[in-house]
Design a protein around this ligand. Structure first.
Ligand code: DOR
Ligand code: ZN
Length: 426
């Protein structure tokens, strides 16, 4: 069974390929990429890709699938369907489920459910500490054996520095990546939105940038001391950047991530007490957006992930202070990130590096690629097509995004996953 994609712009960050040509898939595997593949056989599915980009599936290392325990918001089936439509063919899911994924039993359960009903590959991330309580380390060796790809207390920072240091050393033994949610809980206590003029105007308690940067600095120091890499999740403020630069110059092992909302939306979105724009870390300012883009350009931040965080009306259609933090991300990841290419911040290949090869390297998995023999994980993307964000288009169970009603540019048209062709067009 052969599928031939014709005349698209082929981009593969694993091999640096960037040219207009054809891609051949045979029996679910990549057979070849060339300027022109002519086949005389009859039994071929031909897909015209003129004007489209063809690249490997994205790897999103920061996703909340909510299963087990909060399936009214999302589950592994609906979350991975949203991923598929977003061009994301592998997701790493955070452990703040109910119960918390801090045991081999929960990790295996997630993998079992993924096997039964996931549309894309699911990599479970287990908790650093039991119950994500920041008191006692979970059992990294047993978690890894059960299939944990990394550890994180995402949603919370491991505020006890001695414990975090031990976590880094312990994780190193098992070659498990450690992902840190950088937020000093004392500084952000009861905070709702970015601390500044808007928080003052709205009468909401602010989350200062120092809550994030203090955590970043501590984690970098611990990474240096333990000679163990730390991955800094969803960075949002400009104050981090000089420290990231310093850490790169010092040769400190670390990687850093941001999310499309931190280089697209500002704190102004929460005016009118819009809970759909309530997220943690909070949306910041134009200056922060400028600095985050610059950090991406300089390579101080080298991963873009969605932090897809579904919540239902039960958690969002409430008073601002009572609303949960988080917004959807999977189906907006590509169109919003592509603005970086349009603005000249990153080239197409660099952007794909940040969304395919870099996260794969951090998670120690072979990235999706167009190397001969690789599994077919292929996205056909139209960078020019505009589409409106509606509840109907959203594949997640939850619809919580401040982008509802807005028009985005760049649309996933087709997904080829092994032998199946999905048309995301309709
Ligand atoms: O906004 C957020 N939502 N930030 C987090 O760190 C956690 C996430 C969630 O689980 O909803
Ligand atoms: Zn987080």
């Amino acid at each position: 069974m052969k599928i031939l994609l014709k005349k698209g712009r082929i981009l593969d960050p694993s091999s640096g390929l960037d040219f207009v040509g054809d891609l051949l898939i045979e029996d679910g595997n990549i057979r070849g990429v060339e300027r022109d593949i002519e086949l005389s056989e009859k039994n071929i599915t031909m897909l015209d890709c003129q004007g489209k980009l063809i690249f490997p599936g994205l790897v999103d290392m920061h996703v909340h699938l909510r299963e087990p325990g909060e399936e009214w918001k999302e589950d592994i089936e609906s979350g991975t369907r949203a991923a598929l439509y977003g061009g994301v063919l592998r997701v790493a899911c955070m452990p703040n489920t109910k119960p918390v994924n801090d045991s081999p039993e929960v990790t295996s359960y997630i993998l079992k459910r993924a096997k039964e009903k996931a549309w894309v590959t699911v990599y479970p991330i287990s908790a650093i500490t039991k119950g994500q309580e920041g008191k006692e380390l979970s059992e990294f060796g047993r978690l890894k054996k059960a299939g944990a790809i990394a550890v994180s207390d995402d949603g919370k920072w491991v505020a006890n520095s001695a414990l975090m240091k031990r976590a880094l050393l312990y994780a190193k033994n098992f070659d498990l990546p450690v992902i840190s949610h950088c937020e000093d809980p004392f500084l952000s206590f009861k905070g709702q939105i970015n601390e500044g003029k808007i928080s003052a105007k709205l009468g909401l308690k602010g989350i200062p940038s120092s809550a994030e940067t203090i955590a970043v600095i501590r984690d970098l120091l611990l990474a240096k001391e333990t000679e163990t890499s730390v991955h800094l999740a969803h960075l949002s403020v400009k104050e981090n950047i000089p420290f990231l630069k310093w850490a790169k110059e010092e040769g400190i092992p670390f990687t850093a991530e941001t999310c499309p909302h931190y280089f697209t939306l500002t704190e102004k979105e929460v005016e009118g007490y819009n809970t759909l724009a309530k997220v943690n870390p909070p949306l910041r300012t134009e200056e922060d957006i400028y600095a985050i883009k610059n950090a991406l350009k300089e390579g101080y931040i080298e991963v873009i992930a969605s932090d897809h965080a579904p919540h239902s009306p039960l958690e969002k259609e409430v008073e601002f202070e009572l609303a949960s933090f988080g917004m959807l991300g999977l189906q907006f990841l590509l169109p919003l990130s592509f603005n970086l290419v349009r603005e000249g911040v990153l080239s197409e290949l660099k952007l794909l590096e940040y969304m395919i090869t870099n996260p794969s390297k951090i998670l120690r998995v072979t990235p999706p690629s167009f190397k001969e023999g690789a599994l077919a994980e292929v996205i056909v993307f139209d960078p020019e097509e505009e589409w409106k964000v509606t509840e109907e288009i959203i594949q997640s169970k939850s619809k919580n995004t401040p982008l509802l009603g807005k028009t985005l540019k760049g649309k996933v048209k087709m997904i080829i996953l092994q032998k199946t062709i999905y048309r995301a067009d309709t």
